[in-house]
Design a protein around this ligand. Structure first.
Ligand SMILES: [Zn+2]
Length: 716
């Protein structure tokens, strides 16, 4: 038996009033004229973090010179116009860089940590800059350095904070303001403190060799100092504005007093805009109300494989997923032909849907049943796992969208209720390459559930992926090859029936009220049925021994196993629970193993499951939904069983055997109680059971299957 992977994240895409980052107007600062007055360099955050741009004086040739993933600021030209010096917060360390005027070959200038506001001397031999003595310090210093990092020298009185360094126009002096490092007095208002400090600050002129320091007046400073906003020929003044609807870079013709904007204030193109454009245009994508995708492919299960790390393959001979975005209904209709031995006769048609927050399932010709809320939420997530749904959701009012850059990959994060989805963009095409989110998995803990999107095709003007590969960390879950994608056609009836809407969802793992039923099936042998979570029946068998009680199987999940262990401790008060036998690695049968480890129980399992128990079950982190072992780490005590292990004491003998020849699991244990002639097993096929009992020479009277009530041997 298997149960569906579940996570408890309901989507609330229309909720949340936080402002989209994309709606903030971009800022523009620090325009600097190239020496020939043809070009202006400036900084802006119009594409992410602050980057250095250049633009022609007439507004032509706007060009970004640095990547918008680390703040680059305060560009200044070399006197020959070939290079630009600027301050860059790359790799988390701000320092000065030099690059060519087209942005190529950016190189750090040694000895300039925390440097900013760098300017070349008119002869190009020296760079003047400011620097903090340490991050966030109010103490600023003024330094000069040669472009190769040599000749570093501090100017002025290092006991003062020296600010606003500028070259005099002739390059013979540096003009700066000396600010005393004052402490605020007790009870001094901040504005009084600023006033007192301003009153004590003084402007100086100093030679770049740190001689000839002399005080000058403000007027004199203005007269002497160079002005980067004014072109060297004095004809043009550049300035920036950050005002919401007039943000940009402006140039004034000084003679004619005419100003024009050379870089527009328009909303910067966001990664989201670029994706929408690449997919056929925002209007086109937002106009998609329904979508029907059809094709074939494969569906793989790794939680029910023949052995750990293997997978079971199903060919999807027919696959159709219908999305009704406007009414929030989705139906996946697929026909599986298993490529492994299964009790289900192939082909099997499985229809799973969600209608608002009601999840539903139809297996074969069976009735429609309601799923757990977690399964419904997982299905709702499919709306966002299609890039059209993602883009629609990201543009919806109130959507919380943030954009980041990782190397050359632009990334859009969409926060949706308690979960968030991330879309990665192809750096060349701006089409999405993957959509992912991190979810909790009962057995595996924190996993990245992602779809990889490829083979994009133009379908009536919409650019859509025709290949969708779904993965859960390293495990491939499905590989869809679409043959048809149609938008805005009638998807048929995707609604849950009224009776399914009126029924209760299947109880979700981890909910309280964990009643455990106990039935003594032989003296000192009990059947414990935990709370049912996913519709199937699972038993744990408790077997009394002289010093402790042995448990067989910890199925489903934490909550169930903890409840069963607690109940088992009441069976013989004072007698501890000794160890746990895990029959096989299938996730529904091993979902409580971590809980058993957290209770200090040694785990007995087949030798071929040992690596999986140790390196997957035990090691993985469960931080999203911390389980008992995450909260209460314990060492793993693992006992690997090969063909046979006998646990014998004064009151009972328990024998563990490897069962061979099963197509269900190649690493599965049988538990035999010789005195009771009782055979305990999980999921083994009847002929395989019979073969093994004969091979091992067991004298079985009662068969205890962990999914059904005990019955006589041989089974019907
Ligand atoms: Zn199984």
């Amino acid at each position: 038996m298997r149960h569906l992977t579940s996570t408890a994240c309901l989507l609330a895409l229309s909720a949340g009033a936080a402002e989209s980052q994309a709606s903030r107007p971009p800022a523009y600062y620090n325009p600097a004229w190239a020496p020939d007055a043809s070009t202006i360099a400036f900084e802006s955050n119009r594409e992410g973090k602050f980057a250095i741009y250049t633009v022609g004086r007439d507004g032509s040739g706007l060009r970004r010179l640095t990547t918008p993933d680390a703040d680059a600021e305060q560009p200044s030209w070399s006197p020959d116009g070939h290079r630009i010096v600027f301050s860059w917060d790359k790799n988390g360390l701000r320092q000065l860089y030099l690059m060519n005027r087209d942005g190529t070959d950016p190189r750090p200038i040694p000895n300039t940590p925390l440097g900013f506001y760098a300017t070349f001397s008119p002869d190009g031999k020296t760079i003047l800059f400011g620097a903090q003595d340490k991050p966030r310090s109010p103490h600023y210093r003024i330094l000069v350095v040669r472009p190769d990092g040599s000749g570093l020298r501090e100017l002025g009185d290092s006991a003062k904070s020296n600010e606003g360094p500028r070259w005099s126009r002739d390059g013979k002096h540096v003009i700066y303001t000396e600010v005393p490092l004052l402490e605020r007095l007790p009870n001094e208002a901040p504005k009084d403190f600023v006033k007192r400090r301003d009153a004590q600050q003084r402007t100086f002129s100093i030679a770049p060799d740190n001689t000839e320091k002399q005080p000058i007046s403000q007027d004199e400073a203005h007269r002497l100092a160079s002005d980067p906003e004014l072109s060297s020929d004095g004809k043009w003044r550049a300035f920036t504005s950050g005002h919401a609807d007039s943000a940009g870079v402006f140039v004034t013709d000084v003679m004619l007093h005419q100003t024009r904007r050379v870089v527009a204030a328009a909303q910067p193109p966001t990664a989201l805009d670029d994706v929408a454009k690449a997919m056929g245009g925002k209007e086109h994508v937002l106009a998609v109300r329904t979508l029907i995708v059809e094709g074939t492919g494969e569906r793989l299960f790794f939680d029910q494989a023949l052995s750990p790390y293997a997978k079971t393959n199903n060919t999807l001979t027919a696959f159709r997923r219908s999305y009704d975005f406007a009414n929030r209904r989705l139906l996946q209709d697929e026909t599986r032909e298993s490529r492994y031995v299964t009790p289900m006769p192939p082909p099997l048609r499985v229809r799973g849907g969600v209608d608002g927050d009601v999840g539903y399932l139809v297996v074969g010709d069976g009735p429609m049943t309601r799923t757990s809320a977690a399964v419904a939420a997982d299905r709702s997530a499919e709306f966002v796992y299609h890039p059209i749904g993602f883009v629609r959701a990201a543009y919806s009012p109130g959507a919380r969208v943030t954009e980041t850059i990782d190397g050359s990959t632009r990334r859009i994060r969409l926060d949706a209720g308690t979960t968030s989805f991330t879309m990665d963009l192809d750096s060349r095409t701006s089409l999405p390459t993957r959509i992912s989110r991190v979810v909790d998995h009962v057995m595996l803990g924190d996993v990245t559930l992602e779809v990889e999107l490829s083979e994009w095709r133009d379908v009536a003007g919409l650019i859509v992926p025709m290949r969708i590969v779904q993965r859960e960390d390293r495990w491939v879950l499905s590989d869809l090859r679409l043959t048809s994608v149609r938008a805005n056609e009638d998807p048929g009836n995707l609604a849950a029936t009224d009776s399914v809407r009126a029924s209760n969802p299947v109880v979700q793992a981890g909910e309280p009220a964990l009643a455990v039923n106990v039935q003594e099936i032989a003296r000192g042998v009990w059947l414990l049925s935990g709370p049912q979570f996913n519709g199937g029946v699972y038993y744990t068998v408790a077997v009394e021994q002289s010093e402790s009680i042995l448990l067989v199987e910890a199925p489903e999940n934490d909550a169930r196993t903890l409840a069963v262990i607690a109940k088992a401790r009441e069976l013989r008060p004072g007698k501890p629970i000794g160890q746990l036998v895990n029959t096989h690695h299938h996730f529904d049968h091993a979902g409580g193993v971590r809980a058993a480890i957290s209770e200090g129980l040694p785990i007995l399992t087949h030798d071929a499951n040992a690596d999986f128990m140790e390196n997957v079950v035990y090691r993985r982190r469960h931080t999203i939904r911390p389980d008992a072992l995450e909260r209460n780490p314990k060492p793993l005590k693992l006992i690997a069983v090969r063909d046979k292990l006998v646990l014998r004491d004064s009151i009972r003998t328990v024998e563990l055997y490897e069962a061979t020849g099963s197509q269900h699991s190649a690493s599965i244990l049988l538990v035999y109680l010789p005195a009771e002639r009782m055979l305990i097993h999980a999921d083994l096929e009847t002929p395989v059971l019979v073969e093994n009992v004969e091979r091992l020479g067991l004298r079985v009277g009662t068969l205890v299957g962990l999914h059904e009530v005990p019955g006589p041997w041989p089974p019907r």
